[in-house]
Ligand binder design. Structure first.
Ligand code: ADP
Length: 256
């Protein structure tokens, strides 16, 4: 029996999300364990991405999206009037399914966020860029071409660059929405290894439709089904002794 850690810098309490009058997720209660990887799994359309995007207020820009319930980051409710979403996303970074580097140099992609947040000195920016690229396991591949276009990189390298771009802002939490699903197996493996390395420093939440991937890399798994969080627990237990028959059915590949 693996016990869930009690400490968590990010948690959801009664989170419900609707697009217009259509409920996408309902009454989600979840405390994300710190410095661990939590995988959100479940069949397509069950609300994984919707829930993930709530965690750093990425859904704010969708006019017909309504969120109720509470999301706490440290001791702050993220929808409180004093919270600036731009600042929040510095702390809770996000990486999307399709690598989306800016059409700028590799260096500028990574330096962009810190420069935008007020870092002006070149030496300081150089250090941030190198550190972020090293942490994203990309430095050795790009150190001699930092001023080449990010678009000249392979898809897998672009995705690691997007991770470096998020890391450059020194976040506490990284949200990843199917980060490897557009990549080949070798690049996928690199992203998985990278996530396992990064969890030493960050709380990581990853949406994946790939159950083998969830089993390989995550410490905790949350199974979503039709907008509900059915089961949450240590990955090993969810995959070997699921408590709910819907979790068991999904893991057995009976539906998906
Ligand atoms: P998953 O990530 O599990 O595939 P999503 O969160 O993408 O699920 O979708 C959950 C539900 O919300 C689906 O029914 C989907 O069609 C709907 N949905 C997602 N995004 C939007 C949107 N921007 N506008 C309206 N409905 C949406």
């Amino acid at each position: 029996m693996v016990f869930l850690p009690t400490h968590s810098i990010l948690s959801a309490e009664g989170v419900t999300v609707a697009y217009g009058d259509k409920l996408a997720v309902q009454n989600i209660n979840l405390k994300f364990p710190d410095q661990a990887i939590t995988a959100l799994i479940g069949p397509s359309g069950c609300g994984k991405s919707t829930f993930l995007r709530c965690l750093n207020r990425m859904n704010d820009s969708i006019a017909h999206c309504q969120i109720t319930g509470k999301i706490h980051y440290r001791d702050i409710e993220i929808h409180s009037p004093e919270v600036n979403a731009f600042e929040l996303r510095k702390q809770i970074g996000m990486v999307f399914q399709k690598p989306n580097p800016f059409a700028k140099s590799i260096y500028k992609n990574v330096a962009y966020g810190p420069a935008h947040h007020g870092v002006k000195k070149k030496k300081e920016l150089d250090e941030i860029v190198e550190t972020a690229l090293r942490k994203a396991a990309l430095w050795d591949e790009v150190k001699d071409k930092l001023h080449s276009s990010a678009l000249s990189l392979s898809g897998g390298q672009q995705q690691r660059l997007c991770i470096a771009r998020a890391i450059a802002l020194k976040p506490q939490v990284l949200l990843l929405d199917e980060p490897a699903s557009a990549l080949d197996p070798i690049s996928t493996r690199k992203i998985e290894e990278l996530m396992c390395e990064l969890k030493k420093e960050y709380t990581i939440i990853v949406v994946t439709h790939n159950m083998q991937q969830a089993a390989r890399i995550s410490d905790y798994t949350a199974f979503f089904y039709m907008g509900n969080l059915v089961e949450f627990g240590a990955t090993e237990e969810i995959f070997t002794t699921p408590q709910d028959e819907r979790t068991a059915g999904y893991i057995a590949g009976n539906f998906g």
